[in-house]
Design a protein around this ligand. Sequence first.
Ligand SMILES: [Zn+2]
Ligand SMILES: [Zn+2]
Ligand SMILES: [Zn+2]
Ligand SMILES: [Zn+2]
Length: 407
Amino acid sequence: MSVQRVGYCLLAAVCLLCLSGCGEKEHRHETVYLAEHSPTCTEDGLAGHWMCVTCGATFSDEAGKYPAPPEVLPALGHNLASEEVTSATCEEAGLTRHTCLRCGYEEEEIIPATGHLFGSWECVLSPKCETAGEESRSCAWCGTSETRPSDPLGHEYSEDNVCIRCGKQLLASPGLAYAPVTGADGNFKGYSVSLGTATASEIVVAPYYEGMPVLSVEAAGFQNSSITRFVSYAELETIGEDAFRGCTALLSIDLPDSVVSVGDGAFYGCSAAETLSVGSSLGEVGRAAFFNLQSLEVIEVSKDNAVYAGDGSCLIERETGKLLLGCASSVIPDYITEIADFAFFNNEGISEAVLPAGVSRIGLGAFYGCTSLTEFTYLGSEEAWEGVEKGKEWKEFAAFQDVRFGG
Ligand SMILES: [Zn+2]
Ligand SMILES: [Zn+2]
Ligand SMILES: [Zn+2]
Ligand SMILES: [Zn+2]
């Protein structure tokens, strides 16, 4: 280190000695050269520079004429080399280690599992009419394969009710009666079916009768009969008026996707029916078609039905938000605006009903005869309740006395 006494303090403010009140007006810097302090991966360095040993001021020149802060040499950052320790596979994560070639610093990086790259599903076992098939696909990387069942095909009947694939013959219940149906153009287009002299409690309807499709259930066709099940393989389009009226042993009401309309009173008083399932095409429900279903527990409506919805196990007219029919498990959706006439009429299973605040009308006999309905809540205020229109005998013979308010 060479100490030299050269130069003058040019800026009194810079000179610590002057500031400390030494009174020396002409402080002379004594500079020493500080060699470069090299930067590391993570810390800045300083370039070589001159510094006064007395006052600490720094200069770019030995004579101390040009004050200047020393040049900062920025940290270099790590110089990482990567090494794959374990490779990621379809199902397991891998590990890569990065090591700094300069300082030896190490960091590890988890490489996520890649997931399988499955090809498309391929049939390995063809489905049959009644049995499921199987499909399989495998991973292009690891070969892992997975399988899933494919749906049975179902039978496809020819006009003589024989399956064109498997040869199975479908026999309709003996004794059923058939009547010709004419289309709007006046032409004969198929048949309607009715009980006739059939005595079976489980009725089976075949797709065709004498080579023509069975298209409908005759008006009053099974009225007051003791059938327990009605199984149709026909593409029924209409269920006639009173078709199943008073079938007190019928266990379920199934309207397949082909059914477009249900006539007035068609299922009135089917007091044993526990389920109602509505297909995608139903667009017309006649008056009192589903009234007086004492045991109804579940209502299901195809998601594809544009006219009706089955939210909360209720039958709802989408356009109006009107609840047409309820059952024991109904939870009235909050968008409902009206409870239709006789919607829960004589339902003996429902124990609790909660009416949304938006309901403005309760129809005639809507909760008439709900003998298990002990709790009835209206989510609006008591004042709003006064404004709700209530049809005649809307709660006659229902189990609850007072309406609860909440909301
Ligand atoms: Zn100085
Ligand atoms: Zn480093
Ligand atoms: Zn894989
Ligand atoms: Zn078949």
